[in-house]
Design a protein around this ligand. Sequence first.
Ligand code: CA
Ligand code: CA
Length: 493
Amino acid sequence: MKKTNILVKTVLVSTMTALFATAFTACENLQGSLSSSMQAELNEQTGTASYDYKTWYYNGYSGEDMTSAGAQTLCVNFGQKVYLKSVNPSGKFVITYTDSDGDTATKSITSLGGGFSPDCTSYYLDMSPVTRLLDGVTTSATVDIKMSGFYCAEGEQTDRPIAAFVLSALQVRPLFTATKFDFSTVDFSTSSSFEIPFTGSLTLNEEGSSVIGSDSSGKNYEFSVSVKDKSLVLNPKFSEAPADKTLIKAELKGICAEGAGEPYKKTMTLNFIKHLIAIDGLEDANWTSSYTLSIADESGDTAAEGADGNIYTTDCDITKLAVTNDEDNLYLGIWGSLNSSWSDGFAFMISKDHSSDIAYATGKEKFNFADSVTFGRESLAHGKPDFYMYHKPQSNEVGAWVESDTTTAAAVTVDAAANSSSSFMEYAIPMTELAKAGIVIGDEVHVAAIFSAHWDAGIFASDVIPDAVASTLSENHGSIVLNFQNGFSYTVK
Ligand SMILES: [Ca+2]
Ligand SMILES: [Ca+2]
């Protein structure tokens, strides 16, 4: 009997296997014969995993240690309600990043986790396996993701498995540019706007539409919050400007970064200052506000080859110069690929009284760079701008003078700062010092900046802004003729 039973069972199993195989083959054939529109309809009914972005932004700034940060998620959208049969999806992250030794490293992590959106049409994939590698030295990564195990949870295709989610070369980047921002209280009112720039697009949920921050004395400041391009815009709900150097700690909430699942929260420090510009190497909003005038310079226009072929080149390329002032300082900002080495320096000149200065007005005086003292005041002994400043970023050496009469110059103290990528530098010149040169509110001045390379091959002018100031360059750019009448015009206000 036992044997018979086994035989019967075997026959039954074989028959059933054959039946399933036939059914499976028929189903496969049916799928294979579906028209593309029918397949699209089937996919729509079943749900398809998708992520529409090339980048995922984490809740940090470049250089922030994210190794123990809380869970942050990437939103995989299915377009239909879905479910998982096991607790977690199966699949893996393959992460490529630059490790702390500067070497390219690859890591494969097979544990995936996360949770469903409230309506179960999306899965919020926990990105901790990636963010744990971002230790402040490693600030970005490239990730391949494969994830499967999801089933359709509604409609005619309920319980049908959904094709694996596959994403290649996802860029992982910080969402924030900094955690401290300087805001000027010049002309402060409830209409004032203070912008916090982000690196990616975002929206705000209701929770994020206002923020209350407090200063060190516990005083509260409330702002309404909105999104403009890739920035959060804060409008004060109070009419009295915070005192100079008030630091407000504010928690930004409800930040829905493009492609992220759960919204982010981040604590920011808002530094309110009475000046238009803070000299800290960070670009203040006022560098592009209506308070500021600027002029562009061509990029790629550094020192063309001289006729004798004896030319030095650098990769320092100025692309913009900006000027503004408040009651205490006149500010200069400069942009470009401001790469310098050795004793390279930037010279800034402000001329007010150039019409009475024959040497400059006629363009006859040479500003000779072929001398080690040219960065100082000495080379300008004949025909002078009213203000002269040099800055050598490599040694952070700054010197400045104002022309107090036709023969003497007085050293003045200026404030200078460059950003970490040498693409921006800013300077403050006290109005009280400029007044010693007769430059006061209402005066029109002409401004010029020159990048001067200075190393063992020689000393030469490499890039000038505005171009028209340098009416003549010698063949190897070792000397230059300046005409301040062609300088950038700015009226002190
Ligand atoms: Ca600044
Ligand atoms: Ca240029």
